[in-house]
Design a protein around this ligand. Sequence first.
Ligand code: FAD
Length: 464
Amino acid sequence: MTESTRNADVLIIGGGLSGTMLAVQLLRLPGRRQILVIEPRAELGRGEAYSAVELGHTLNGNAARMSVDPDNPDDLTQWLTEHIAAGGWPESAEQAVPISELFPPRGLFGVYAQQRLAEAKARSASTVEHVRAEVIDVQVDADSTLLTLDNGQRLRGNFAVLATGMFPAARTPQTHSSGVNAAAVDPWDVATMRRLDPRSTVLIIGSGLTMVDAVVSLEQAGHRGPIEIFSRHGLLPHVRRQPPAWDDFLAADPALRSPRQLLRELRRQCTIAQAQGIDWQAPLDTVRVHIGRLWSQASEREKRQFVRHVRPWWESHHHRSPPLSAQLVARLHEEGRLRIRAASFKGLVPAQSGVTIAVRQRGEQTLTQVTGAALINSSGIEYDWRRVARPLPQQLLKRGLIQPGPLALGIAADVSGAVLDAQGQVSARLFAMGPPLRGMWWESTAVTDVALQAKALASKLAAV
Ligand SMILES: Cc1cc2nc3c(=O)[nH]c(=O)nc-3n(C[C@H](O)[C@H](O)[C@H](O)COP(=O)(O)OP(=O)(O)OC[C@H]3O[C@@H](n4cnc5c(N)ncnc54)[C@H](O)[C@@H]3O)c2cc1C
């Protein structure tokens, strides 16, 4: 027997930070709306990032940079001040810095997001309800959207929003046909790491911020053996410091556009800063607000050039490591326990015990085999929805309701987040926000990106 269909005004698919902040912004608008957030996790507001349970898995930016309220950059600092005064996060007292400069644990940030949702709910005439399920199909007609859930339930809404976040490469089995996912330990799974021989060698693929988290997890688990890291370019993330303000040189010269011009000018600005004894991070941080504009104006060729030549550099310089985690990585590196090699992962090799992987070191033709007691895959995100083996992306593609975004990064949409169907028609009913719009804006993932998009999309949905 099929269940009856439930109706609502807005259906938000995914209750991570994006879906939750969209709900908060809708609640804050005048009117009376029924909003359903469909999310399989037990709690809203956490998603992958803010489900972290270890205190050492922190935000990669300090509190002053991580407000979820675009109208109040001090919102997180204010919340933290009250939370700490009420006895929360007592360990923060060990860091002798102002609250605005603390890097909160990500689990605590999840509590902050949840509290902002609870407050918005209490003050609003609109309602938000968490439907605990996975959306497996979407249908769209001229007047509404119809969702099918994995429990068979159907939900009809005026609008549906894809706030499905990132699909980690580690969780998408088809990205490495060699079965690396089954063999790998989750980067945040401290309990499994505790079961390893503490002196054993651990192999890590990828050297970005997930690797940094994995090293923190290993340390927390009591691992004291060698850590061998393999990544294509062998670059480690820089540490995040608190640089002073710097003139917004891109605002002053909007003619600067091509990746080559930009990089040349950025290097020049960094050299000027350093000659004045100012941190190179100061000029770099002024670039952030222009990324969306620059990326969306760039030609396909320029985008490809950026991804090919600038991306590794951008990732290691822009996506910087929280200081305490960076100190740990630096210490292990100095002690010779942590080693990073520029090498591409080529697959798993059958082994009697432990894990053996084949890598091709930079500049070499032949493959090298490396063995460890365990493997951690921190090689990133699968942005190409055609390769994501989940029912929803596959159904959306099959129905022609979406098309891949530029360079197959996420999905295509207009500036408001209305998705483009397979024929390029802008949907009046189906929207997207956050990481699915990577191809549209390049940076569409961080707390501040998501917070801004949530506010703009809520206004758009309320105005239609
Ligand atoms: C480990 C990690 C650490 C990070 N740290 C930082 C940081 O320090 N600072 C920062 O600015 N950014 C950080 N980020 C970026 C982070 O992704 C964003 O800040 C933000 O969490 C994105 O939220 P989201 O809701 O779009 O995605 P997600 O957090 O991925 O949430 C998406 C949700 O959608 C749900 N979902 C997916 N498909 C379906 C479906 N078919 N039906 C129903 N629900 C579905 C998932 O269960 C998930 O809970 C981090 C990301 C990760 C993964």
